[in-house]
Design a protein around this ligand. Structure first.
Ligand SMILES: O=C(O)CCC(=O)C(=O)O
Ligand SMILES: [Fe+2]
Length: 288
């Protein structure tokens, strides 16, 4: 295991297929790549783009874990998010028992088809007016950590938005390894991952420390149209590197956020827990 991930440079042409494996802790991420892949050019993207971590003490790692909400705010985040998801589940005719906890999501949504059906409604993105606490609290804390004034961003449809990620155990609900900065609209931003339930050392968001400073020529990625496990993702997926690809799971605890650069390789957030859905909040911020 792992030989391809150490130096996965066998270039794929259109129409070809290969397996791609990346060890993560004691677990193994496995993907089937169908279609063409390519290496980027010689440049390091951050050499000429805005690095919001420049003034922080963790610029070299590209991520940090910090306390971001109080226990009381954390409880409100969980309760409010549960209400939003329960409303969507009921909209799709699912029976939700009283006292339902979000980490039981996979016991209600038991198939990928059901998960995709709910996902098509809004891709689990909500307007910030539905955020369970004052977003200004998080903006202020993040601004102070970065020593830069930041505010929550839009996506292509909602002016200020937050996402709820739900990754069922043993599912393909998570996205493959990628850099957010390969999407133009996410350059010059910073991302927060806030765990709600079921986020553990075997389910939380993985990332590759320091990979935000790798030259593009050292990362191989899918081109438009190439499928990963039968799915075309909007962001190119990493399919290899000339350096060892060794993602870790920083696994933030209650009230903490994993704060990371959009240039960092992250994703591959498969859930290897046997019986808990991982639920986390996803928030992106830009300079005011
Ligand atoms: O939470 C995950 O598994 C993926 C998150 C991600 O890719 C992002 O927030 O940009
Ligand atoms: Fe991402």
């Amino acid at each position: 295991m792992g030989s391809q991930s150490d130096r996965a440079t066998s270039h794929l042409e259109r129409g070809e297929s290969r397996r791609f494996e990346v060890p993560i802790g004691d677990d193994l991420l496995e993907y089937v790549i169908d279609g063409a892949v390519e290496f980027g050019g010689d440049e390091v993207l951050l050499d000429h783009e805005d690095d919001l971590t420049a003034g922080s003490g963790w610029r070299a790692d590209g991520y940090t874990v910090e306390k971001i909400v109080t226990a009381e705010e954390d409880a409100k985040l969980l309760a409010g998010t549960t209400e939003l998801i329960v409303a969507d589940l009921r909209r799709f005719g699912h029976d939700v028992p009283p006292g339902f906890s979000l980490d039981r999501y996979h016991t209600i949504v038991t198939t990928s088809e059901q998960h995709l059906e709910i996902s098509r409604l809004r891709s689990f993105y909500f307007g910030i007016d539905q955020f369970p606490i004052d977003i200004g609290l998080i903006e202020a804390r993040l601004s102070s950590l970065l020593a830069i004034q930041v505010e929550v961003m839009a996506n292509s449809e909602i002016p200020q938005v937050f996402g709820v990620r739900m990754v069922r155990p043993g599912s393909r609900d998570s996205n493959p390894l990628h850099r957010d900065s390969w999407l133009d609209r996410l350059k010059d931003s910073i991302t927060l991952y806030i765990p709600l339930v079921g986020s553990t050392s075997r389910s939380s968001l993985p990332l590759v420390p320091g990979s935000h400073l790798w030259p593009e020529s050292e990362t191989e990625r899918t081109v438009a149209g190439t499928q990963v496990d039968g799915v075309q993702f909007s962001v190119p997926a990493v399919t290899g590197a000339t350096r060892p690809l060794r993602p870790i799971r920083p696994n933030p605890g209650p009230g903490e956020a994993l704060i990371f650069s959009p240039y960092l390789i992250h994703g591959g957030g498969r859930n290897f827990e046997p019986d808990q859905t991982r639920v986390s909040l996803e928030l992106r911020f830009a300079r005011v």
